[in-house]
Design a protein around this ligand. Structure first.
Ligand code: UTP
Length: 498
């Protein structure tokens, strides 16, 4: 970082920019003299695109966070429990109506770096279905294909990527012909990239002509949707609700009519799907009020004694964890004007530095990375307009985060197998005594994309399922239900979308 000579720009405006940045960050121009004109253009454009006011605010927030913890009071938040069936029929009907009227679209965040999975491609390309090894993107695409046929509506799917994995993601879809979806109904867009800084607030070079940047977190979806004009387009096309999910969960129930109906019935701005925590230390953000306002409390922010606190019925007081699944009203998103709070993480990154002889060398440096989180939008809604809705983890939530251990390839695979076996039991196809004979099970989303549809479909396709499940009178150790069996809502349930 030892550059002291004045950097000479190629014109007056470039010089002005160089001078202003050189005051605190002269090392950014360490390789200036050796750069080609094209690379100089790239570095200047990179620097011009930095939102300095935002970066300073983020750095100041990071400094104050490390100096003194902001005093936040936590209290519990209400949620709609799974056992509450009082209005479930009305909710299902409202949800199904919204889906069949094209008022719901799907929104996936797929811009993460998947560093814990240690996978070189975008996480959505990871093969994860138990038998046929379908990648996550294929599983979601097939679910959307099914729902589009079922509701007789071409459903839209919006996918956020980062700059880094945009091309790989789009090419993967093209290579697989969008798994039968019409490519016009799939929209990819890029999230922003934020410069990281050193602990003393200096910019970092990742290349002699490029700043180090990282994706701006899943909360970047807000800025990206607004900046690209996509949010207005979505709203103008009559879409009122966005069913938001992360790229890592193959069991996602993305068109859950009761969940969508709950959101509509209660005129919510944002509704979050929650599950019961397994144990106090589980690394899951929990629902709660922060200074009286609904939100998600990160597991690292909840003091252990609060995490362990139990209600008289034995359940954890802060026991409902977020699945990262939300329904957003597009109207609410278009009216958000506040910036989401910043979250900082100290991470080692590779930086290009200048060796004594002036040549570039790559070194690991400690950086502060800035991100925003989508669940902080909950705090921007009026508290009576943000809801929490409980679901059953075993049917819907086995995220793929790590290579091994918790939330890993193994647990995600077993989670799917167990869910499918349970669906078979619920549909009366097998009974509990037969479960031990089954090693693997998979139900294609093209046969049934969720539990509720599977149970109905099973009644219509008993012979086919029986064939998949048994060879003669014996249970197959591998059960693969893969037939395509689209049936429209009208044919199955008549007018009430029951
Ligand atoms: P995670 O928090 O699991 O992070 O993201 P990750 O980047 O995928 O994985 P690690 O931490 O590097 O191992 C949750 C969801 O948010 C998306 C991810 O793609 C995933 O669907 N995400 C995360 C983004 O879209 N952009 C980001 O900047 C961060």
């Amino acid at each position: 970082m030892g550059k002291t000579n004045k950097t000479v720009g190629r014109n007056a405006s470039e010089q002005q920019l160089i001078d202003s940045i050189s005051k605190d960050n002269p090392h950014i121009f360490a390789f200036w003299e050796t750069l080609t004109d094209k690379d100089k253009d790239a570095l200047i454009a990179d620097l011009q695109s930095v939102n300095w006011e935002q970066l300073c605010a983020y750095y100041n927030a990071a400094s104050s966070q490390s100096n003194a913890q902001e005093a936040v009071t936590f209290s519990t938040a209400e949620y709609y429990p799974t056992g509450n069936l009082s209005q479930s029929r009305t909710m299902r009907q409202l949800g199904a109506k919204a889906l069949s009227e094209g008022k719901v679209a799907f929104l996936t965040v797929a811009g993460g770096q998947a560093s814990r999975l240690d996978y070189e491609y975008p996480k959505g390309c990871f093969p994860i279905s138990p038998i046929t090894k379908k990648p996550l993107f294929q599983i979601f695409a097939e679910k959307i294909r099914y729902y589009s046929e079922y509701y007789s509506k071409q459903m839209q799917w919006y996918i956020m990527t980062s700059d880094t994995n945009y091309d790989d993601t789009v090419n993967f879809f093209s290579k697989h012909d969008y798994w039968g979806l019409d490519s016009r109904n799939v929209t990819f867009f890029r999230q922003g990239m934020l410069p990281a800084v050193t602990s003393d607030g200096k910019l970092i070079l990742s290349e002699p002509h490029r700043l180090f940047r990282n994706p701006d977190g899943h909360g970047g979806i807000l800025t990206a949707l607004m900046k690209t004009g996509l949010l207005d387009k979505i709203k103008d096309s009559g879409i009122q609700y966005l069913s938001y999910f992360q790229v890592d969960n193959p069991l996602i129930n993305m068109a859950d009519t009761t969940f969508i109906g709950y959101h509509i019935l209660n005129n919510m701005s944002v509704t979050t799907k929650v599950i019961e925590k397994l144990y106090p230390e589980e690394r899951l953000g929990v629902i709660g009020k922060k200074n009286g306002i609904n939100g998600i409390i990160e597991y690292s922010d909840l003091p252990m004694e609060m995490a362990q606190e139990r209600l008289p019925n034995g359940k954890l007081r802060y026991g409902m964890g977020s699945t990262g699944v939300h329904i957003f009203s597009t109207d609410f998103l278009t009216h958000i004007t506040q910036r989401l709070p910043v979250h900082c993480a100290k991470k080692k990154v590779i930086s290009v530095q200048q060796a004594a002889d002036g040549s570039p060398v790559r070194e690991e440096v400690e950086a502060i990375k800035f991100e925003t989180f989508v669940f902080d939008t909950i705090g921007l809604a009026d508290t009576d307009k943000s809801g929490f809705f409980e679901t059953n983890r075993a049917d819907e939530f086995y995220p793929l985060k790590n290579k091994t251990g918790l939330d890993s390839i193994a647990t995600c695979t077993t989670g799917q197998i167990n869910a499918y076996i349970r669906w078979l039991i619920e549909a009366g196809i097998i009974d509990n005594t037969e479960v031990h004979k089954i090693n693997k099970a998979e139900i294609s989303p093209l046969f049934a994309p969720d539990r509720q549809i599977f149970i109905r479909q099973a009644a219509l396709e008993r012979d086919y399922i029986h064939q998949c499940v048994r060879t003669g009178s014996a249970i197959n150790s591998e059960i693969n239900i893969s037939k395509e069996s689209f049936r429209s809502l009208g044919v199955l349930f008549g007018a009430d979308h029951g």
